[in-house]
Design a protein around this ligand. Structure first.
Ligand SMILES: C[S@@+](CC[C@H](N)C(=O)[O-])C[C@H]1O[C@@H](n2cnc3c(N)ncnc32)[C@H](O)[C@@H]1O
Length: 279
């Protein structure tokens, strides 16, 4: 480890973990001590501060440094068509139920939160174009949101490597991506323009409420990084963000069972989803 800055003490690492937990919901317990230390030291070196105290003072006064710190702590693992069964459930069961209460041309809002580098939000757009015969009959708005501004900037640009595309059938890569040099592909402009990206914090009421209400929310693979209190807070905000009758899709290993009693679990053919009751 580079020792240009003093190694943080156990107490200082704990203080930083508490600070981050309060602002992001992410829980960094003892088992993630090395992870916290590496990122803290890297930020202290970048900012050329002489001590942990000086870094915390900087952090409290600088929104830009807080953003950089949060960006450095996120885990952005994602790829296209990560869970095809859930996408199938969307086009075969969830959207038909949602539009049964709407008229032709009505707005249908779908939210990928967190969206990381955009793979999930673009997967939703691409899946609907390929698999939902009513795709042109409604005004579909897809929003991708994340706390990580660096990941969001990548999402807007829409460049991807082979690993992100490995689950996509080659004909879809050919149809929806432009090949570029050195194993990079860019999602076509039409699709880039079909998704809007915004910054959001799942545990912050104001930033969540600012996004309005949705018919369908994909909130996958983030609650695993939260503790129970942050999960309950995020669940409250997600419930508020759904239209009555709207659906929430979680990640494979995530469930609302112990987190919130406000949703009704629906066991559908391809997936378990959580519905905000109609009444
Ligand atoms: C593992 S990725 C999941 C991406 C995508 N949903 C998927 O399943 O492929 C987790 C994302 O959660 C985001 N995240 C962490 N805390 C967050 C918070 N409080 N609010 C919004 N996004 C958050 C991270 O920035 C990261 O991009």
């Amino acid at each position: 480890m580079n020792r240009e800055v003093p190694a943080p003490s156990e107490e200082e690492l704990r203080r930083l973990a508490v600070f981050l937990h309060e602002r992001t919901g992410m829980a960094h317990g003892e088992s993630r001590r090395g992870y916290v230390e590496r990122r803290l030291v890297e930020r202290m070196q970048r900012c050329a501060v002489p001590s942990f105290g000086a870094y915390m003072a900087l952090l409290r006064g600088s929104a830009a440094e807080l953003e950089a710190l949060v960006n450095s702590f996120t885990v952005n693992e994602t790829y296209f068509y990560r869970e095809e069964a859930q996408l199938a459930c969307m086009s075969q069961a969830l959207l038909p139920e949602i539009v049964s209460r709407r008229g032709p041309g009505d707005l249908v809002r779908i939210w990928s939160v967190p969206c990381s580098t955009g793979d999930e939000a673009y997967s939703i757009a691409l899946w609907l174009l390929e698999n939902w015969r009513l795709v042109d009959a409604y005004n579909i708005e897809i929003v991708g949101s994340d706390i990580d501004t660096r990941a969001l900037a990548e999402a807007v640009q829409g460049w991807y490597g082979a690993r992100a595309l490995q689950r996509l059938p080659p004909e879809l890569v050919g149809r929806y991506f432009e090949a570029a040099a050195e194993g990079r592909w860019r999602i076509i402009q039409d699709l880039r323009e079909s998704v809007r990206f915004t910054r959001v914090n799942l545990v912050d009421a104001g930033s969540m409420a600012a996004q309005g209400r949705f018919d369908l929310i994909f909130c996958r693979n983030v609650l695993i990084y939260f503790d129970d209190a942050s999960r309950a807070t995020a669940a409250w905000h997600l419930h508020e963000a759904l239209n009555p009758g709207g659906f929430l899709c979680l990640g494979h290993s995530e469930s609302m069972a112990r987190i919130s009693a406000r949703f009704v679990a629906r066991h559908l053919a391809d997936a378990v989803v959580y519905q905000r009751p109609l009444a």
